[in-house]
Write a protein that binds this ligand. Structure first.
Ligand SMILES: Nc1ncnc2c1ncn2[C@@H]1O[C@H](COP(=O)(O)OP(=O)(O)O)[C@@H](O)[C@H]1O
Ligand SMILES: [Mg+2]
Length: 258
């Protein structure tokens, strides 16, 4: 009896240690995020200012080639959107890691949230020759923070791009699935899954298999924490033949078209 009690006490202690370690790592993430926010916000403001200047000066020019004009305008819009998105993401990262209140949750269309992530990553995908396949039920809304959720999906896409860009078969699939009590967003890529010893660690803060400068190992940690705050979960599905991450939301609804 005494022996079993001791075993249980040991186990509880170990769990507490693990929790503490996790909390410590996250507080490091928090400090790190605050530092990044400070360093990144100024350059972002400069980018934003220059993009506006470009747009103004460009409008004053008399360019007749319509096609070229559209391309330049589109490029300026992408710069603007990307700057805004990055500013939002940094704000979120700060809030999340300092355990402040998260922004309010709202029912948002999965399609719209995914589109934001796709717009930012589409040129990278097309350069890498990656086929992006989307199969999303247009009517589903999940309760989420749309900006953070786009960021989560963007993180998954960027991880996929990195993992498959040198493979022969290159595709990323994003689809929705409605279950009895939840809605899932599946993000699958043409990779052949993550080896079990690696898969067990991918959600840990600072775990990365990438070269220094290529990965920080906080993408999945932050993404998972963010999704949990949206009453959902983010998991790696080791049962899938191709590399698959599952986002699951308990709170969802169908926005039935009239
Ligand atoms: N789609 C994927 N295919 C293969 N491995 C992946 C994929 N997504 C994540 N991983 C693994 O998980 C690790 C942690 O990912 P993440 O937390 O985003 O950090 P980082 O991208 O900075 O390495 C990656 O280094 C990689 O080993
Ligand atoms: Mg990553």
């Amino acid at each position: 009896m005494r022996y079993r009690e001791k075993l249980e006490a040991d186990k509880a202690l170990k769990e507490k240690d693990a929790e503490l370690e996790e909390a410590q790592r996250l507080s490091v993430v928090g400090e790190f995020a605050a530092g990044i926010a400070h360093e990144v916000n100024n350059p972002l403001a400069i980018l934003k200012g220059k993009a506006q200047l470009l747009q103004l000066q460009f409008q004053r020019l008399n360019i007749s080639q319509k096609e070229e004009t559209e391309k330049i305008n589109e490029a300026i819009n992408v710069i603007n959107d990307t700057v805004d998105h990055t500013a939002d993401l940094i704000k979120n990262l700060k809030t999340f890691s300092s355990n402040d209140k998260f922004e309010a949750l709202e029912f948002s269309s999965i399609r719209a949230v995914v589109d934001v992530a796709l717009n930012i990553s589409k040129s990278r995908c097309s350069h890498a020759g990656i086929d992006v396949r989307i199969n999303i039920d247009e009517n589903i809304e999940v309760e989420c923070s749309p900006v953070s959720l786009s960021q989560v999906i963007l993180n998954l896409i960027l991880n996929s791009i990195h993992a498959i860009e040198s493979l022969e078969e290159k595709w990323i699939k994003i689809e929705t699935k409605i279950l009895d009590n939840s809605t899932q967003v599946l993000v699958t890529d043409s990779g052949n899954g993550i080896p079990a010893d690696v898969a067990g660690k991918i959600m840990q803060p600072f775990f990365t298999t990438k070269d220094p400068g290529k990965g920080t190992g906080i993408g999945l940690t932050i993404s998972q924490k963010a999704v949990v705050k949206m009453n959902g979960n983010l998991t790696y599905n080791s049962d899938s033949t191709h590399t698959q991450f599952i986002l699951e939301f308990e709170r969802y609804r169908f926005d039935q078209p009239n």
